[in-house]
Structure formats: C-alpha cells, structure tokens
Design a protein around this ligand. Structure first.
Ligand SMILES: Cc1cc2nc3c(=O)[nH]c(=O)nc-3n(C[C@H](O)[C@H](O)[C@H](O)COP(=O)(O)OP(=O)(O)OC[C@H]3O[C@@H](n4cnc5c(N)ncnc54)[C@H](O)[C@@H]3O)c2cc1C
Length: 476
C-alpha cells in the first residue's frame, strides 16, 4: 500500500483528499493522511453561527460559472443545500461624489452590453462613455505578453473605466493594485475575448447570445444557478461534510508539519509534537511562503520561486443592526468605493439583502472590506481600531449612526495572494522544476486561481497526479 500525505486542510487540500478517497473506493492501492495545523479544517473557509446569524470570516460564496464547487457539493450529497443570491435585489452600487450610484444594467464585468442603460447612466462622464465605446474600433494587441489589469483597461476602455469600475470591482476581488496585477492570470477571459473578437463589447455580446441559445435549449423547469452560490448553513457545511464523507482518509487537525525531507524511497515529515512520519508522495496544499519553507532543503529553486509570490493583509468586518428604523433601504448587494474617493473601506456587502437567510428576523447585516495591496496598513491595525474606523465610515457613507447588535472584526494577515504580471510564467517554472522531484506536488490558491472552484480543480489535479505517480494509472 502506497501512502500519500496532504499537508494543509484548506479547500485545495480537502479536494485532493476527496479525489483520493474516490480512487480508494475504486480499489486504488493507496492510503492517505491529511495534516492540518489549525483546530478546524477549511483554511480560509470558516463560518460562525450564533443567535440566528450565519457569519463568514472569509469567503461567503463561489462563482457558479466555474462548475467544480457545485459538482463537489453534488458528490457530497449537498445539492439541495445549495442556495443562490436573492433575486429581488440584484443591483450593485458605486460610491461616487458622496452618493451611491447604481451600476447600469447590462454591465458585464465592466463591459457594457446594453446600450440605453449605459448611455443614461450617471456613473460615467460623456467623454468616458465615448472612450469606452472606442473599444469597438481599437485593434487587438499583438503578441501574448502579460500586462497589468490597469494597462489593459486603459488601452481598451480608458482611464475613467479603470478608476470607477476595474479598480474597485475587478482589482477589488483580488485585494490588489491594478497597476501590478496580471491580466493573463486574473481575467484571462478578457484577453481571450480581445484575441477572438478584437473588441470586448462585441465579444461580450456574442457570448450573451450564446448563453441565451444555451438557456433556451435547457430542459424546461431547470433553474439556472445564480452567479454566486453558497450553502444554506454557510460555506463550512461543504468542509464538514467532506471530512465526514471521505471516510477512507485519515484527517488530523492540530498537526503542524515543521519539516520535509527526502529519503531513499520517498519522504520524511517532522511534526510539531516531535514525531515523524514517512510517505511515498506528498501534496503541499499550504500557502506559498509555507510551501517555500518546507521545500527549501529539497529544491531551493522552487523555494526561491515561491518566495516571489506576494501576499497582502485584509480585514473583514461583519456588523448587524436592528431593522426597525434602520436609515437605509439596502436595496441591492452593496457597493464598491473607487480609491479616488479617499475612503478607508474598499467595499461593503449588504449581506442581509444578498443572503436573507443569514440573519434573524428583525435584523440587517453588512460586511465591510478593509486593506488590500493599496491600504494594507489599515487592515493591520488592532480589531478595536478597525471596528471604530468602519463605524465612522458607515456614518459618512450610509448615515448609520446607531449602536450595532454586534460587530466582529476578522484579520486576514498576509492571506490574500497577489497574482502579479508574469505570474503564469513563474508558476510554469515551478511546475517545470518539480518534474525533477519525484512524488512532490503543490496545490492551492497560490498557483492558477484564487476562487474556491479554482482551488478544487487544482487540488483534484494534484491528487490525480500523485495517484498516477504511485499506481501508474492515469485514472482510477
Ligand atoms: C477575506 C477573503 C474572502 C474571500 N472571498 C472569496 C469568495 O467569496 N469566493 C471565493 O471563491 N474565494 C474567496 N476567497 C479566496 C478563497 O477563500 C481562497 O483562495 C481559498 O479558500 C484558499 O484555499 P487553499 O486551500 O488554497 O488555502 P487555505 O485556505 O489557506 O488553506 C491552507 C491550509 O494549510 C494549513 N497549514 C499551513 N501551514 C501548515 C503546516 N505547516 N502544516 C499543516 N497545515 C498547515 C492552514 O492552516 C490552512 O488551513 C476569499 C479569501 C479571503 C481571504
């Protein structure tokens, strides 16, 4: 029996474990242990439940256009636990000149696909609208060199589209500086659209037409998923169910791996209680800096490459109020704030509008985002200072000057990976170097995608590679 050890029980490590569990069920001659340093599995996914509130410390949902998270939930028997966003309040706002301005209908990831709402939107100046419309005529870029999100958007849509949309909405997802982040790794569909259709607007319109044809052909009564999906009891329902269902895997929490070295046949691991363990293959599902430290002895080159990947700090603040007399209608999913507005929060989700079942009757709940690549120091303050700052900002932004029912600050210190220009090449070099290191695999948000579906895809692939290495079979 060959042994695989997975280090790290975030969603990437858990997806790897589940794939190995499936292989074992089909008689793959392997055994598997997953080692997690924290008390609980799930890594960044962590849900709190109290007094009728469901509060997410990290991610609150996943995108349904990438199918891996929905597929995993279905395999785990959680299909009927999946839930979408509230269809009654789909609008999102941008905070601009002391007002919340609705994003025009038909704006698909900053690209206008409906003419009238865009033309009459107060969000952009006339000159910006004309400049954005020039996307229809600008030739496509030659070559496939990576560029920054800022450079890409400036080139196709102009400065105002960058400041009011791309920076708060798109760079915001990554808590990144748009001048540094890689367009090829973060929004490859924009690059592909430009290459295929020349114009982003023409490309998006073509895609919308294809989607409509696809939906018309879908079996009657089959509801499409909303863009963002989650689980009724919070995202860690997926984590807890996976650990329960992957019964052929040994899951060990509160077990930190402190070193990793090669032996004649495989790998030796040292744990923080001083004990050791050996293994035929190892999947490192830890953040890049930790992986870099663990592989330093075996492959200094991989360690050096991984150390180039930057992480920044963010904080989220969940805050609830009594609904009675609340000074805002919360008729949307929330708002983003362009950096040019000079505010101390990046965005605010109106959780009780987006996911109404997450709050008890009679209450509303918001979630504010702080820090990221451009204001990291704000997220590194202590919890009280962040809480006070967010309350001051909410008075100013939304006129909320009442006592909250609760306020909880969650620090994500150096937790948000930054995909900077050239990231894909860096990761290719990591994979190339690892080809020479038998039985060692890496996975997680540092590599090919930060979203939960990306991490599931990546973890599953790492497990398949490890099984193939140990059994010689490509699929089990
Ligand atoms: C605030 C925030 C909001 C987000 N929102 C969303 C969202 O809404 N939707 C979405 O799709 N994505 C979102 N993301 C991104 C997504 O949550 C992460 O990219 C993903 O969960 C990372 O999973 P992972 O398995 O790669 O890493 P992690 O979750 O970081 O897991 C790594 C695990 O390794 C463990 N570990 C570390 N060192 C050791 C060691 N030496 N030995 C053993 N174990 C070790 C850690 O304790 C941890 O559990 C968000 C991220 C953050 C920070």
């Amino acid at each position: 029996m060959k042994k695989i050890v997975i280090i790290g029980g975030g969603i990437a490590g858990l997806a790897a474990a589940y794939r190995i569990h499936e292989a074992i069920a089909q008689d793959a001659p392997v055994e598997c242990v997953l080692l997690e340093s924290a008390e609980k599995f799930g890594g960044k996914i962590s849900t709190m439940r109290f007094d009728g509130f469901i509060v997410e410390r990290g991610p609150d949902s996943f995108i349904s256009q990438k199918p891996q998270a929905i597929e995993l939930c279905k395999k785990l028997g959680l299909a009927d636990r999946l839930t979408g966003t509230n269809p009654d309040h789909p609008s999102t706002y941008v905070y601009l000149n002391s007002k919340l301005v609705t994003m025009p209908d038909g704006l698909s990831l900053m690209i206008p696909t409906k003419f009238m709402p865009f033309i009459f939107s107060p969000l952009f100046s006339w000159s910006a609208k004309i400049r954005m419309g020039m996307d229809l005529f600008i030739p496509k870029k030659k070559g496939d060199d990576d560029e920054s999100l800022a450079s890409f958007v400036r080139r196709r849509m102009g400065e105002e589209a960058l400041q009011k949309m791309a920076e708060p909405m798109l760079a915001g997802i990554y808590a990144s500086d748009p001048e540094l982040m890689s367009i090829n790794t973060t929004f490859p569909m924009f690059v592909q659209t430009e290459q295929k259709y020349r114009s982003l607007i023409l490309g998006m319109l073509a895609r919308k037409r294809q989607q409509m044809i696809h939906q018309a052909k879908a079996p009657a009564g089959k509801q499409p998923f909303s863009l963002f999906m989650t689980l009724k009891n919070g995202l860690d329902e997926m984590v807890e169910t996976l650990v329960e269902k992957a019964s052929s895997i040994t899951f060990r929490a509160e077990t930190k791996v402190v070193s990793l070295s090669r032996n004649e046949d495989g790998w030796d691991l040292t744990l923080d209680d001083g004990s050791s363990m050996s293994s035929d293959a190892v999947i490192l599902a830890t953040p890049a800096q930790i992986t870099a430290r663990l592989v330093e002895q075996t492959t200094p080159k991989v360690s050096e490459l991984l150390n180039r990947i930057k992480y920044v700090s963010t904080a989220t603040v969940s805050i609830a109020y009594k609904k009675e007399g609340f000074p805002h209608s919360l008729d949307g999913f929330g708002f983003v704030i362009p950096r040019t507005e000079g505010k101390r929060i990046l965005a605010c989700t109106w959780t009780s509008s987006k996911f109404p079942a997450r709050v008890p009757d009679g209450c509303v709940m918001l979630r504010c985002f702080v820090g990221g690549a451009m204001r990291e120091e704000l997220a590194e303050q202590d919890g009280d200072a962040i809480g006070t700052m967010v309350r001051e900002e909410l008075i100013d932004l939304m006129g909320i000057d009442r006592e909250p029912v609760f306020l909880k600050v969650f620090h994500n210190k150096k937790s948000n990976v930054q995909y900077q220009v050239g990231h894909a090449k860096l990761i290719e070099s990591v994979y190339e170097e690892l080809k020479a290191v038998a039985g060692l695999y890496v996975t997680g948000s540092a590599y090919t995608g930060i979203g939960i579906p990306d991490c599931i895809r990546d973890g599953t692939k790492a497990a398949e590679d490890a099984i193939e290495f140990l059994t010689g079979k490509t699929k089990t």
